[in-house]
Design a binder for this molecule. Structure first.
Ligand SMILES: Nc1nc2c(c(=O)[nH]1)N[C@H]1C(S)=C(S)[C@@H](COP(=O)(O)OP(=O)(O)OC[C@H]3O[C@@H](n4cnc5c(=O)[nH]c(N)nc54)[C@H](O)[C@@H]3O)O[C@H]1N2
Ligand SMILES: Nc1nc2c(c(=O)[nH]1)N[C@H]1C(S)=C(S)[C@@H](COP(=O)(O)OP(=O)(O)OC[C@H]3O[C@@H](n4cnc5c(=O)[nH]c(N)nc54)[C@H](O)[C@@H]3O)O[C@H]1N2
Ligand SMILES: [Mo]
Length: 675
């Protein structure tokens, strides 16, 4: 992305760049509108007591207040009474420094981030199967060379428009595209075959496709023998997923299952890609594992123009999960519970291994614990808006209100910042330098292209000023922090040791692992071996199980949630952009006309949505593109339009991902209800 600055006006310009070849999504185009937005925060805000309003104060006063309250609360309730909540939108430098700040300055184990709600299921399944988690183990441009691609629960035509060009190129070459989604999204509409699955049944579908591939002798026996372990157990399980049974579970007709299995298995090159659809479930890890099993049995992983990949979300979704803002993680994708890993990082940080905290609670559990005996008393939020984006949002909001101290660093007064005792105004993407790692594992450099408003400070400066008040020196310029990150990641799975800002610029990004400066980087993983001890990939047998909550007489519909092209995430940015609001101004619910009629709901009616967690309001949008047993609500809106007032916080046992994509709901026409 390039910025053109003319006087006060800043425009975003698409620049040819290897990863998205000049394509830019709508959100990117409108992002410039936010730089000089009148609602930008330019002074710290402080609430002197719980019922006082937020008032402007100096940086000194705000930072002193935070440091003093943190010290008091930790003295009274222990180190772990103070927590940190980060975000996958932070640059690598910020994510790294946030993790170090928590462990070294706050000395707390309680740090987690919104990536827990994003890619944690795919990450866990990939680590189990391949020994490593990098969104795509190949460059995006390889997609164009795949004869068949299966996309499970990705609406990338709306969520990743710049990537569509690779799929268009793939189709132009005669390739086929299979989309698995309960909705006929713009992505599904562009597919060769759309499998309109019942929400929550991906693992049955993947097992069913593998069943057919085995029966029709389309699997790669030699690859399975040479490069994998554990196939026999999978074979035993999928033997019970015959097409008629899978049709009953998934709602996908037998004929379509057969066509899909053949398209995928008979292609010379093929990819299976997952996104949030199958991942954001209380069995997200199993769903992804079942798709990986299919990819391994067909001999795809580590082959040219083939393999399994996760379509990572957020600006720095990949890098944000590698450098230690996750509860169980240290820089370089190291594990905080591994003694060697702790020792290596402690050495770089100049602290004793035994002084590093252990693993903390995962995101939802951390938020849910507030107010309990062992729960948080204070929370520092950097780059997330959990009042809108966390599951069971009303409960989360109540928990946040119960804190003794809530601090938010943001450039707008998000719904979460509005509840805070201290708000720290920070600089935005174009106003500062920093690296991000995209879904290909390619580390890229974002240049500073415009001046920040007077009064805002970068997150790095905020963290080091707070640490200083706690008696700890932290590096605070991007280059210093990146150089330290390189050292701290050296020898880790995500090894950045050989990556420099200069190389990133010269080479249009460098792919990790890159262990030394003469190393070319690693665009393609698994060509010869997987990152497991014996070099072989691991099958994980998966038995289909139901979602934590299935429709019943009281709540007869499936509710699923997700995104629309015009809005971004919790909406703090796009709800302030005119173009986005003109496209979609408020929460809506997609309902099939046949379903709507049975509830007396017409187009544009106000609809009351209810689940066991609570109620929300949305405008009816009648559409034949959704299953009759399912409704869809985007999660970008605030107040009563929050989809997360409804969602189920049941989490995956391994990844701790909440079930954003499936719960039971009922709808009714709202009469006389005030918004
Ligand atoms: N415009 C826009 N772009 C974005 C974002 C944004 O907020 N707005 N957010 C970014 C981020 S952080 C992320 S993580 C990505 C997410 O990108 P995507 O994963 O593409 O987005 P979602 O809309 O969350 O979910 C994708 C699809 O999953 C389907 N789905 C629901 N339930 C199921 C199920 O049980 N099985 C299957 N197979 N599919 C199901 C939904 O119908 C939906 O179409 O987008 C990124 N890009
Ligand atoms: N129901 C439902 N809920 C979901 C999802 C879903 O599909 N359905 N998807 C989940 C997913 S995948 C994700 S990623 C989350 C996203 O949800 P959030 O974690 O809430 O993400 P954002 O809305 O991007 O919030 C980022 C906030 O930080 C601010 N910010 C941005 N950049 C920076 C920065 O560099 N520094 C600081 N200090 N602040 C910054 C922004 O202004 C904004 O207020 O939502 C999750 N919630
Ligand atoms: Mo995400």
């Amino acid at each position: 992305m390039n910025l053109r600055v003319e006087g006060e006006r800043v425009e975003v310009e698409a620049r040819p760049f290897a990863a998205h070849q000049g394509g830019l999504c709508q959100k990117g185009w409108s992002a410039a509108e936010l730089l000089g937005h009148p609602e930008r925060l330019t002074t710290p805000l402080l609430r002197k007591s719980k019922d006082a309003p937020l008032c402007s104060v100096s940086w000194e006063e705000a930072l002193d207040f935070v440091a003093q309250r943190v010290a008091e609360l930790q003295a009274q309730h222990g180190r772990d009474s103070v927590g940190v909540f980060g975000g996958g939108g932070l640059t690598n430098e910020k994510a790294y420094l946030l993790g170090k700040f928590a462990r070294v300055a706050l000395k707390t184990s309680q740090i987690d981030y919104n990536g827990r709600f994003c890619m944690s299921s795919a990450a866990a399944a990939s680590i189990a199967a391949f020994g490593i988690d990098r969104g795509l183990p190949f460059p995006l441009s390889d997609i164009a060379g795949a004869e068949c691609v299966l996309l499970a629960g990705s609406n990338l035509a709306e969520t990743m428009p710049p990537i569509m060009q690779y799929f268009q190129a793939q189709r132009t070459k005669g390739g086929s595209l299979i989309v698995v989604d309960p909705r006929r999204t713009p992505t599904a509409a562009a597919a060769t075959l759309h499998l309109q699955i019942t929400p929550g049944t991906d693992s049955a579908l993947a097992n069913g496709l593998l069943h057919i591939a085995i029966k029709e002798r389309l699997i790669d026996a030699r690859y399975i023998a040479e490069r994998t372990v554990g196939f026999e157990a999978v074979q035993r399980v999928v033997a019970r997923y015959w097409p008629a049974r899978v049709e009953r579970i998934t709602g996908v007709p037998e004929k379509q299952l057969e066509v899909a299995a053949r398209l995928l298995a008979m292609a010379r090159t093929a990819m299976i890609l997952t996104a949030r659809g199958p991942e954001q479930q209380s069995k997200g890890v199993e769903n992804v594992a079942s798709f990986i099993n299919l990819a391994l049995a067909l001999g795809l992983c580590g082959k040219p123009y083939s393999g399994y990949g996760c379509l990572t979300g957020q600006g720095n979704g990949q890098g944000g999960r590698e450098h230690g803002q996750k509860a169980d993680q240290l820089p370089g994708y190291r594990k905080i519970e591994n003694f060697e890993h702790r020792r290596e990082v402690a050495h770089v940080w100049g602290v004793k291994e035994e002084d590093l905290p252990r693993a903390g609670k995962p995101a939802y559990e951390m938020l849910d614990s507030i107010g309990s005996e062992t729960g948080l008393r204070a929370l520092l939020v950097f780059a997330s808006n959990p009042v809108v984006s966390a599951p069971r949002a009303l409960h989360v909001e109540e928990r946040l209100r119960a804190l003794d101290l809530l601090v938010a660093s943001d450039f707008f007064l998000s719904e979460t910042a509005a509840l805070a005792d201290v708000v720290l105004p920070t600089t935005q993407w174009a106003e500062e330098e920093g690296t991000m790692t995209n879904l290909e594992g390619r580390v890229i450099l974002r240049r500073r292209s415009t001046e920040p408003p007077v009064g805002a400070r970068s997150d790095l400066a905020i963290l080091s000023a707070l640490a200083e008040r706690m008696g700890v020196q932290l590096a605070s310029t991007n280059r210093e922090v990146f150089d330290e990150l390189r050292r701290a990641s050296a020898g880790g799975v995500a090894d950045y040791a050989g990556i420099t800002y200069e190389r990133i610029v010269e080479e249009q990004g460098v792919f990790w692992p890159c262990p030394h400066v003469a190393h070319p980087g690693t665009p393609r993983l698994f060509l010869e071996r997987f990152a497991t001890e014996d070099g072989r990939a691991r099958f994980q047998a998966v038995e289909f199980r139901h979602s934590a909550e299935e429709p019943d007489a009281e709540y007869p519909l499936y509710l699923t949630t997700g995104r629309v092209v015009a809005h971004y995430q919790s909406g703090t940015q796009t709800r302030r952009v005119e173009k986005s609001n003109n496209a979609v101004r408020e929460a809506f619910v997609e309902i099939h006309p046949a379903t709507a009629v049975s509830y007396g709901i017409a187009e544009n009616d106000d609809v009351l949505l209810a689940t066991r967690r609570g109620t929300a309001m949305a405008k009816a949008r009648l559409t034949h593109t959704i299953r009759i047993d399912t409704i869809f609500v985007p999660f970008h809106f605030a107040a009563r339009g929050r989809a997360n007032l409804l969602t189920n916080p049941a989490v995956d046992p391994v990844s701790k991902m909440p079930e954003f994509k499936v719960c039971a709901a009922r709808v009714s026409k709202a009469t006389g209800v005030l918004r």
